[in-house]
Design a protein around this ligand. Structure first.
Ligand SMILES: Cc1cc2nc3c(=O)[nH]c(=O)nc-3n(C[C@H](O)[C@H](O)[C@H](O)COP(=O)(O)OP(=O)(O)OC[C@H]3O[C@@H](n4cnc5c(N)ncnc54)[C@H](O)[C@@H]3O)c2cc1C
Length: 353
């Protein structure tokens, strides 16, 4: 069981900044994210896009913003459960919560903060009737550890950047890479398309276009994919493979959180914005893109503001008898309100350098 003061669901920019604000109050945080890396939409959807409305940064790439946030929270040593979706929440007798992920990891905290953005990103799955049977038995929707595919036969499906980039990368890792796409034209970056075509010419990628994987075969593990060529639906190709990786993108869904008894309005969680961004369940807060209230703006800077307000309220909930006095970071250092200020400040400066 992982124990922490504030359990944050969602390691997007809002969840990450909440760690900093909580750290100033000496509250420990642990983050859960369904994605294998932190950064939410910034990392997953637009890491190379510049953002112009982060105060103090005339221009910053979304990916660099995430790197900076990770650097900023390093002194507070947050814990991470990545690649797992928060599935259930159980209120305990003392008012604390146990949150369990889809992989069974349990987390215990007096305060839960939902910073789930648009929801957890779920892979778009191809319409193959028996695909669920082979999930984690040869079928993967996200490549987490490319070394898994070393010297294996891999069939990738998709026509976007993700499919192209991984086909190029795995061409040097796997024993055989096939890329199946239902059209002749790819949607990805032109230089990636050219690279795939070059690798196809020298036999490092087996390029199969105008075709789809329509069936999977195997007993306990995946053995073959069945490829149907569009020009003639009766023309089916059976290809032996160790892995089938459809990379059709990710779509966000509020997912299991929608069943936690929270007040939901237009796919977002209603919160009390007059006070502290708490939901209708005391001790459960919602900040960032995932919440709604009159006048809500789905912007990163709004998530940062909500994180700061939420932490003050969470502090009072965790320590009802302690008096909280607001101080500036330049006065209090990052260690909060004790004598180790100078050392902690030095530590931050060191880690930023
Ligand atoms: C193309 C694009 C451009 C944008 N440009 C700007 C801009 O210029 N300026 C700006 O301010 N904003 C911009 N935005 C909006 C901005 O990205 C969002 O406001 C911001 O990402 C919200 O941050 P967040 O941390 O609240 O949520 P997110 O970034 O969505 O992160 C939420 C995280 O929660 C995780 N999660 C959700 N549910 C679960 C669960 N049950 N279990 C585990 N994990 C879960 C998700 O996997 C995700 O990683 C842009 C958005 C897009 C798509």
């Amino acid at each position: 069981m992982i124990k922490t003061d504030i359990l944050i669901i969602g390691a997007g920019p809002t969840g990450l900044f909440a760690v900093f604000e909580a750290g100033l109050l000496k509250l420990k945080c642990h983050l859960i994210d369904a994605l294998p890396q932190p950064g939410g939409q910034c990392s997953e959807i637009y890491p190379k896009k510049p953002i112009y409305d982060i105060p103090g940064f005339p221009e910053v790439l979304a990916g660099d913003l995430v790197t900076n946030l990770m650097e900023q929270i390093k002194p507070f040593e947050p814990g991470f459960t990545l690649g797992e979706r928060a599935q259930t929440i159980d209120k305990q007798g003392d008012g604390s919560f146990i949150v369990t992920t889809n992989k069974g990891t349990k987390h215990h905290a007096p305060v839960v903060v939902i910073a789930g953005g648009l929801g957890s990103f779920e892979p778009r799955k191809p319409p193959i009737a028996n695909i669920a049977k082979f999930e984690d038995k040869g079928v993967a929707y996200i490549i987490r550890e490319p070394e898994v595919y070393r010297d294996k036969k891999v069939v990738i499906a998709g026509g976007g950047d993700s499919a192209l980039d991984w086909a190029i990368y795995l061409a040097d890792v796997a024993s055989e890479v096939s890329l199946v796409h239902r059209r002749n034209d790819f949607r990805g970056a032109l230089d990636s398309v050219e690279k795939v075509e070059e690798l196809s010419k020298i036999g490092k990628i087996n390029l199969i276009t105008n075709a789809e994987v329509t069936d999977l075969q195997g007993e306990d593990e995946l053995k073959n994919v069945v490829i149907t060529h569009k020009a003639s639906a009766s023309e089916k190709e059976i290809k032996e493979t160790d892995y089938f990786i459809p990379l059709f993108g990710l779509s966000p869904k509020l997912g299991p959180i929608a069943d936690w008894g929270l007040e939901i309005e237009k796919n977002a969680i209603k919160v009390d914005n007059a006070y502290d961004y708490q939901t209708n369940i005391p001790g459960v807060y919602a900040i960032g893109d995932v919440n709604t209230y009159p006048g809500k703006l789905k912007l990163i800077l709004c998530g940062f503001h909500e994180a700061a307000i939420m932490c003050q309220s969470a502090y009072q909930r965790i320590f009802p008898d302690k008096k909280y006095v607001m101080k500036y970071t330049t006065v209090s250092g990052v260690s909060g309100f004790d004598g180790s200020k100078k050392e902690a400040k030095k530590e931050v400066v060191k880690s930023i350098n």
